[in-house]
Design a protein around this ligand. Structure first.
Ligand code: G6P
Length: 363
């Protein structure tokens, strides 16, 4: 097994560090470099959906929440995202011009499969976004897009989410062009940004890891954590909290920063720190004012922010600037590495966390 870990101490760490390669593999063959457009020929024969219903579980669900933003803003397709175990039991309304997008790393998650089978029974087309060739999702979906992250061994999903986010970005660009809702120059500049990502991330990963190693001891006595974000950073906050729960067993809640005032802020005290996603987007001033509220209640704050933003918090964690939503591909490994280094510092079994399974094939 140690050979398979390629010199890394854990599969999780290896898989986090594979993300630059994963991005390269996900883009391979899916970009028309001459015309600077996305090429997804498997979708060319399909009608553009009127509405998309995303169903997924766990980390894949968070990927769906993130993708909703781009599908709506670039392709102007209304998107709903639901946890598969909820969707399957609530008599959802199906329309034949809609599409179900089932996101699953393993392609074997029971609730996700049941949701897509239900949709098929109602005559709705299913698009699968899946990492495992020949899995149930890949076989049963009407059309499948493979995420090409390679085998993911660590129970806590890392590189698979990265691949899902890349494919969701490509899907939004693709439908945005077909619907003519996205200007060609935006598509082309996002493509440039995507092509630059692997190299930027490769250089950045060791720095992210060092910062995670510095911060972990300072926060290792926390009993609970908030992860706060807004907009596209909200799903990342959910994912950051999930990673910390899964492998370090520290209670963590991902919350929409603007919702804190409606209850959760009552919990803030020095032993209940906040990990804030304070990236430079249109909502940053609002996130910052949410953090001021946390600090006014003596809550400690780590803020993940872009270089050059000198936020007045206990610890800033700077990542390089990337184009718009592509900052996610630097923020996500920071969250993964923070959870990883916390778990290692606390002596937890990173690759085999208690009570968890890689793939949940029963209800
Ligand atoms: C399990 C895994 C998670 C994963 C979830 C959904 O809970 O531990 O890491 O996100 O299942 O899995 P899927 O294979 O459908 O993406």
């Amino acid at each position: 097994q140690s050979a398979q870990k390629g010199g890394y101490r854990h599969f999780m760490l290896k898989e986090i560090f594979e993300q630059p390669t994963v991005i390269t593999n996900c883009l391979a063959g899916r970009l028309d470099l001459k015309n600077r457009t996305v090429s997804l020929p498997e979708l060319d024969a399909l009608e553009i959906p009127e509405q998309i219903q995303i169903v997924a579980c766990g980390t894949s669900y968070h990927a769906g929440l993130w993708g909703q933003h781009l599908l709506e803003s670039w392709a102007q397709i209304p998107v709903r995202v639901e946890i598969a175990s909820e969707f399957r039991y609530r008599n959802p309304i199906f329309k034949s011009e809609d599409m179900i997008l089932a996101i699953s790393q393993s392609g074997e998650t029971a609730d996700t499969l049941a949701s897509m089978r239900l949709a098929k029974e109602h005559g709705v087309k299913v698009l699968g976004l899946c990492n495992v060739v020949g899995s149930s999702v890949a076989r049963e979906a009407d059309t499948t897009i493979l995420t090409q992250a390679g085998p993911e061994i660590s129970v806590a999903s890392t590189k698979a989410m990265c691949s899902q986010l890349i494919l969701l970005t490509l899907l939004a660009l693709y439908w945005g062009r077909r619907k003519q809702t996205l200007p060609a120059n935006v598509e082309s500049s996002i493509i440039t940004g995507l092509l630059d990502l692997p190299q930027i991330l490769e250089a950045e990963l060791p720095l992210l890891r060092s910062r995670a190693q510095e911060l972990a001891p300072a926060y290792s006595t926390a009993r609970s954590f908030f992860y706060l974000g807004r907009g596209m950073s909200f799903p990342l906050a959910l994912e950051g909290a999930l990673k910390l729960k899964e492998i370090s067993y520290i209670h963590a809640e991902g919350y929409a920063a603007g919702e804190m005032k409606h209850g959760p802020i009552a919990l803030i005290e020095p032993e209940f720190p906040t990990f804030a996603l304070a990236l430079n987007d249109a909502l940053l001033p609002k996130t910052v004012s949410n953090l001021v509220e946390v600090q006014a209640r003596n809550g400690k704050v780590i803020a993940l922010c872009h270089s050059g933003f000198d936020l007045e918090v206990d610890h800033t964690w700077e990542i390089p600037n990337a184009q718009g939503p592509l900052s996610t591909f630097l923020a996500l490994p920071a969250l993964q590495l923070f959870a990883y280094e916390m778990a290692v510092y606390l002596g937890k079994d990173v690759d085999q966390p208690r009570n968890l399974a890689k793939s949940v094939t029963v209800e």
